[in-house]
Design a protein. Structure first.
Length: 122
């Protein structure tokens, strides 16, 4: 029996496994830039984890630019999109994406930013 993260059983012979969706956050600090690489879904409980990481980096970001690497992000829920908008509003950020859906969320977050005059990516 295979159970997903919500405990719903699925029958696949006698093997038992637990599928857990995870979010991997990697930070790298260089000269003048902090890279925040995110892999997985920015959704559910993982939004709070990303927020904790973002808040821990905030003091560094007063002096450095943020490179937000979202190329391995699979989805972003509404709370995750709100956090993305906050990060873009509060920092000088370069964003990397690899999917049209995630790119559309980034553009939406940029457009919500009252400090952004041209509506384009920073």
């Amino acid at each position: 029996m295979v159970c997903d993260v919500f405990g719903a059983p699925n029958h696949f012979g006698t093997a038992f496994a637990l599928h857990v969706r995870v979010l991997k956050i990697t930070t790298d600090t260089g000269a003048g830039i902090v890279t925040l690489r995110i892999e997985g879904a920015i959704a559910g409980l993982w939004v709070a984890e990303l927020n904790r990481t973002w808040l821990s980096l905030a003091p560094l970001l007063k002096l450095k630019h943020l490179n937000l690497d979202l190329r391995e992000v699979t989805r972003i829920d509404a709370a995750g999109r709100n956090l993305l908008a906050e990060i873009l509003r509060e920092t000088k950020t370069e964003v990397q994406t690899s999917s049209l859906l995630i790119e559309s969320y980034v553009r939406e977050a940029i457009q919500q930013n009252p400090n952004n005059r041209d509506g384009g990516r920073r």
